[in-house]
Design a protein around this ligand. Structure first.
Ligand code: SF4
Length: 211
């Protein structure tokens, strides 16, 4: 990754995606946490369809605590891994209630102890709720980082996160994370990247490669 390429990529992102934000819908901190846990291997659109129903029926934390695991599974059945997700959300809510007074913790260490919460989820929550500079490497970010040369195709998510942290200015972590997701969702798609329309094709490591 040359400095010139990096600057061109970031200038392209800023010109075309100046204000992109996360697309998961939430009003309360625990609602975001639930939505991010549900988003593993599911699209934000599918998660929003589920959480709209769940949070309308159960608009408070106390109300969500009355929902049984099997009832969560019924809400989540349109999502992949829904039985696991139901178990995680049920346990997560009760743990939040018992150990954190129903508040989502800011500390990464504490977040990682919650059921269903891995590094990516913890990073998304810390960036979104607490504005802590984190780069959550999801499937879009990993793919774009590889295609645009921030990382190698063989790198795992931990290595990709380290490389992005080193290559990007810290004040851009949150913004560029959203920009990469947007670029990946609408142009540089996994199976059908729109390479003919891509203004970064000359920088791309391997145009038309499916990931
Ligand atoms: Fe993605 Fe294609 Fe652009 Fe490469 S050329 S960054 S694969 S859209």
């Amino acid at each position: 990754m040359t400095t010139a390429n990096k600057e061109r990529i970031l200038a392209f992102f800023d010109e075309h995606y100046p204000d992109v934000k996360g697309e998961l819908e939430y009003k309360k901190d625990y609602e975001l946490l639930i939505a991010v846990v549900l988003s593993a291997q599911s699209t934000d659109v599918a998660v929003n369809a589920v959480t709209r129903k769940l949070f309308t029926k159960h608009p408070t934390f106390a109300s969500l605590l009355t929902v049984k695991e099997a009832q969560f599974a019924a809400y989540f059945k349109t999502l992949g891994l829904y039985r696991n997700k139901a178990k995680h959300i049920y346990n997560l809510l009760h743990l939040l209630n018992e150990q954190h007074d129903g508040k989502v913790p800011e500390s990464k260490e504490k977040l990682l102890k919650l059921p269903g919460v891995g590094v990516k989820t913890a990073n998304v929550v810390r960036a979104e709720l607490f504005k802590i500079p984190e780069i959550a490497v999801d499937t879009h970010v990993a793919r774009i980082a590889k295609r645009l040369g921030f990382a190698k195709f063989s790198d795992d998510v931990t290595t990709i996160e380290k490389k992005l942290r080193r290559l990007l200015p810290q004040e851009r972590y949150i913004k560029t994370h959203h920009q990469m997701i947007h670029f990946g969702r609408y142009l540089c798609k996994a199976q059908s990247p729109q390479c003919k329309k891509c203004p970064l094709v000359d920088i791309c490591v391997e145009p038309n490669k499916k990931l």
